[in-house]
Design a protein around this ligand. Structure first.
Ligand code: SF4
Ligand code: MSK
Length: 640
């Protein structure tokens, strides 16, 4: 039996993995082991089941078939499979964005309803961008018009998605030149599905370029709108203290874990859980109170805005149930393991699905709708409270591991954090890069995957980067892995950061690893790059900047879409495990070399997080040289 420390670097996770092993309960890691050997054709991306003449597969050794029944080559098959992953990932992000837009419309049209508009300044800023008159108009009127216009953006048939115009001019011109400036996300995804239908596009390059275009509609459209409109509705994040790991669950409280991605319901759950009505109900079942905790990106959304503690990241969803202390796990969409349905009853956890898009057989479904948000939220909290007396105390085992953290860094807040309330500005960040205190900025994002010990890739990479004076921005499960390791605390800077980065962190009082949000909030990293360029002195385009991206433990199709739009925006990006395309030399070369010529950045695949960090650092050094920046201020930081 595998040692728990081979499965996760985190002590709380190890404790629960060991518990599962003792009780002979299979977890994602065990199911992964049972799946070995995994299908080599699938791993290489050269099986096709797009039409019913197939399934077809290409012999990677060259002895067997080199074409499908229709004549599709490994290049065509691998490219088609990959961009279909982009389509699915972009759809997930952008459908999330559309749901937020509906919630904004609900808030605007029904001021007495569940939602309020919390960030009017951001609403007005967006109104200007969308050419919406504001003089003499009520906030609600403006919000309604913005919601309608934003909804039109998702389906935009012609022209350019409006937030793409936030990108620097040279980037916009590059997108137009290569015909990848995106229209609406719906349009681009439909085009991917058509282009990759049997017997349509047989040019792997053309297929991959459409993948880029659709991903840009996600990053600069669907995801960016999701982030912006969530900020308008629920407030733009500002630094906030919180905690993470399974130890945030409380023995004597009703524990409700919210898991998935969308904050529209979970924001209401926060209010419901704090209400006197629900607290009184909890008292009736002898609970000391109601403890709401996050999981995955719904958790990140609540953590960033409300300071709600996070119980964990993707691979911890089953482990949270194993504590026997979760009275309700409420799931919305994305990254929810179907395995929860069988596991939950054994540990008296009431699993509740809430989205019409994500149900599970035999699991209670309490459907969420924006127009009855608070009613549904109260119903769900009540279900958790009613389940509390069913807990079997002898089965409760909450690992004693909790880590403090600071989250809530938005691209906008960086202005204030660095420049102060009176002179908000990116100038201090630009100067720190120009003078060689900070080498560059890395975005380390994405999931966890049982192929890699949980957290090893994220934490090792982040530590290596900060040691080399690289400021690290994190989102999603990467942020939570670093948080568990203590990297989201200012003190971490003193102990681990290189001397230049340490100086900056000490002066500002910030951690060297900044939590900027959930998966859709990777758009905040793009905006931070735009703000740096606007501040001046570091080039004209995003591809000029000493920045890099990484997804060391990715698993989701959303990660492929994110990778595509980040590279398409000009940022070199390393994936820990390769995209499933290695069965096609041409597609692999396109991703890892040719894209450099087209969009000024490309992918690399590197499983060793230290080597991957070094690739990112090399890239930053080359960009620094091209910009003729000062040498790094402290030479010793350059060595790893
Ligand atoms: Fe086979 Fe071509 Fe059909 Fe794919 S599209 S399953 S390669 S015949
Ligand atoms: S939750 S997409 S496992 S980051 Fe956003 Fe984590 Fe990846 Fe889901």
């Amino acid at each position: 039996m595998a040692d728990a420390s081979d499965r996760s670097v985190d002590k709380a996770a190890q404790e629960m993995i060991a518990r599962a092993q003792d009780d002979d309960i299979g977890l994602a890691w065990d199911r992964y082991d049972a799946m070995q050997p995994q299908c080599g054709f699938g791993q290489l991306g050269i099986c096709c089941r797009i039409c019913h003449m197939g399934p077809c597969r290409i012999d990677p050794f060259g002895d067997g078939p080199q074409e499908g029944v229709c004549g599709a080559t490994a290049d065509v098959i691998a490219a088609r499979n990959l961009v279909r992953m982009v389509a699915a990932g972009a759809a997930a992000h952008s459908d999330h964005g559309r749901d937020v837009t509906h919630a904004l419309l609900q808030a605007a049209e029904n001021p007495e309803g569940s939602y309020l508009i919390k960030d009017e300044a951001k609403l007005l800023w967006l109104a200007e961008e969308f050419d919406i008159p504001t003089d003499g108009r009520q906030t609600n009127e403006i919000a309604a018009e913005l919601a309608h216009k934003a909804l039109e953006e998702f389906g935009r048939q012609e022209g350019e998605v409006i937030p793409t115009h936030r990108a620097p001019q040279p980037r916009q011109e590059l997108w137009r030149r290569h015909k990848i400036m995106p229209r609406g996300i719906d349009r681009e995804i439909v085009q991917i599905m058509h282009q990759t239908h049997m017997g349509v596009d047989a040019d792997y390059r053309n297929i991959l370029m459409q993948g880029l275009r659709a991903s840009l509609a996600d990053g600069w459209g669907g995801s960016m709108l999701a982030t912006d409109l969530q900020d308008v509705l629920f407030g733009s994040p500002e630094p906030i203290r919180s905690q993470t790991n399974l130890g945030v669950l409380k023995e004597d409280y009703v524990n409700i874990v919210v898991h998935g991605h969308e904050p529209a319901l979970s924001e209401m759950l926060v209010e419901a859980a704090r209400s006197q009505k629900m607290l009184a109900k909890a008292e009736q079942v002898d609970a000391k109170g109601i403890n709401l905790a996050g999981m995955c990106c719904t958790g990140n959304e609540l953590l960033m805005r409300q300071g709600i503690p996070s119980a964990g990241s993707f691979l911890m969803q089953e482990l949270a149930v194993l504590t026997g202390a979760v009275d309700a796990m409420v799931v919305d969409v994305q990254c929810i393991m179907p395995a929860l349905a069988d596991l939950s009853p054994s540990f008296t956890t009431k699993l509740v699905t809430t989205s019409p898009k994500a149900k599970m057989p035999g699991v209670e479904h309490i459907e969420f709708s924006e127009d009855e948000a608070m009613v549904v939220a109260e119903q769900i909290v009540a279900a958790g409270i009613e389940n509390f007396p069913n807990r079997r105390d002898s089965r409760v085992q909450i690992p004693d591991h909790v880590m403090d953290l600071i989250g809530g860094f938005s691209a906008e807040y960086v202005h204030t954090m660095l420049g102060g309330r009176f002179r908000p500005s990116y100038r201090p960040l630009n100067n720190a890069i120009i003078e060689g205190r900070i080498r560059g900025v890395a975005g380390v994002v994405g999931c966890e995957n049982p192929q890699i010990p949980q957290g090893y890739g994220h934490v090792t990479m982040a530590e290596e980067l900060i040691k080399n004076d690289v400021l690290v921005l994190v989102t999603g499960c990467s942020a939570l892995a670093d948080a568990r390791a203590g990297l989201l605390q200012p003190d971490a800077a003193l102990e681990m950061a290189g001397p230049g980065l340490r100086e900056v962190c000490e002066a500002v009082g910030m951690p060297p690893v900044l939590h900027v949000g959930s998966c859709v909030d990777n758009s905040r990293i793009l905006i931070a790059c735009c703000n740096v360029l606007l501040e001046g002195g570091l080039g004209e385009d995003i591809s000029d900047l000493p920045v890099a991206g990484a997804a060391p433990e990715w698993m989701s199709e959303k990660a492929i879409s994110i990778g595509f739009y980040v590279v398409g925006s000009g940022i070199f990006t390393v994936f820990g495990t390769p995209h499933p395309v290695l069965g096609s030399e041409n597609v692999t070369r396109f991703l890892c070399e040719d894209m450099e010529e087209i969009v000024g950045a490309c992918f690399a695949f590197e499983p060793d997080p230290i080597k991957a960090a070094q690739l990112m650092i090399d890239r930053m050094n080359r960009k620094r040289e091209a910009l003729r920046l000062e040498p790094m201020m402290y030479a010793e930081a350059a060595s790893t």
